[in-house]
Design a protein around this ligand. Structure first.
Ligand code: F6P
Length: 319
């Protein structure tokens, strides 16, 4: 192996640049050449490659977004598109690829490996929805950002004695909602994975107001229901004022936290070492804080285990 490619794919996540930097620096220090691939798998098929040098990743560990740009490219599921991509890689002498992205990106990494390009996936998504890793790159920063926004929302909620239904991202995964809900002292956390009862939530908010509380915060994962719909249903049962506030893409931006930078650096470094050992078709993760790999195929059968104890914890805080 002489030359490796690196790409970021799917929704961007803070800490992706730290991973790109770690891969680039580790690879170069082990005598490899590194090529950046712009716009994920779309750029791979288009041959949008450029040599990445150590200095290109200077001062990037602190940046949000991705210096490689990203794209969603479902077309890569087609055999002829994969073959075109592999042809581009071979023409550029690239024999391995590190893919940083969410679950869709792992399908691409596996397809490349099966077509003779050893590839390794790193979990880069704010959603924290990847099996066999406690943590995905960007999750921690997204939680910080959402928590910070809710701290501000609480100020206006208190001034007006209002309830705010705050919609957070995560697709079908409630991890952002659970962690941010606990950290924000939410009155209720609503996730797609757990049953919820809007009437009960409204009753408990009513009681809190009656007892003198001046605001209510509900943290709602986007996969459970839209924030507007939830707010409208809540208002049917409650005599309080309510607003919906969807945090949306702001959760994907901003300076990565310490945890995202350190974990991305560990994973990027580890992925290159696995490639140097001749391995491919693997997904890197952190399990109980330890770096580990799994066959990408295992991920497709596996299920991400959420820390559901956070919901019980929050219930104990709101009794
Ligand atoms: O997967 C990351 C994510 O931000 C999800 O939380 C969200 O559902 C989705 O991407 C939004 O995608 P897009 O940026 O394409 O609107």
């Amino acid at each position: 192996m002489k030359r490796i490619g690196i790409l970021t794919s799917g929704g961007d996540a803070p800490g992706m640049n730290a991973a790109v930097r770690a891969v680039t620096r580790t690879a170069i220090s082990h005598g490899l050449e590194v090529y950046g691939i712009r716009y994920g798998f779309a750029g791979l098929v288009a041959g949008d490659f450029f040599p990445l040098k150590t200095e290109d990743v200077d001062h990037t560990i602190n940046l949000g977004g991705t210096i490689l740009y990203s794209a969603r490219f479902p077309e890569f599921a087609k055999a002829e598109v994969q073959i075109a991509g592999v042809k581009q890689l071979k023409q550029h002498g690239i024999d391995s690829v590190i893919v940083i992205g969410g679950d869709g990106s792992y399908h691409g990494a596996l397809a490349l490996t099966r077509r003779g390009i050893n590839s390794i996936g790193l979990p880069g998504t704010i959603d924290n929805d990847i099996p066999y890793t406690d943590y995905t790159i960007g999750f921690d920063t997204a939680c910080e950002t959402a928590m910070d926004a809710i701290d501000k929302i609480r100020d206006t909620a208190s001034s007006h004695h209002r309830v705010f239904v705050v919609g957070v991202m995560g697709r079908e995964c409630g991890d952002i909602a659970m962690r941010v809900g606990v950290a924000s002292g939410a009155d209720a956390i609503v996730t797609p994975e757990h049953p919820f009862d809007i009437k009960k939530i409204a009753a408990s908010l009513k009681q809190s107001f009656a007892e003198g509380k001046d605001h209510g915060i509900i943290v709602l994962a986007e996969g459970a229901m839209s924030a507007d719909e939830f707010k409208d249903k809540l208002l049917k049962y409650g005599d309080f004022d309510a607003r919906a506030n969807v945090l949306a893409h702001m959760q994907r931006g901003g300076r990565p936290t310490v945890a995202d930078r350190v974990n991305a650096t560990k994973m990027g470094n580890y992925a290159v070492k696995e490639l140097l050992n001749g391995k491919g078709g693997l997904a890197v993760g952190l399990e109980n804080g330890q770096l580990a790999t799994h066959d990408i195929l295992d991920l497709f059968d596996g299920k991400h285990e959420s820390d559901s104890a956070l919901l019980d914890l929050n219930q104990d805080m709101t009794k």
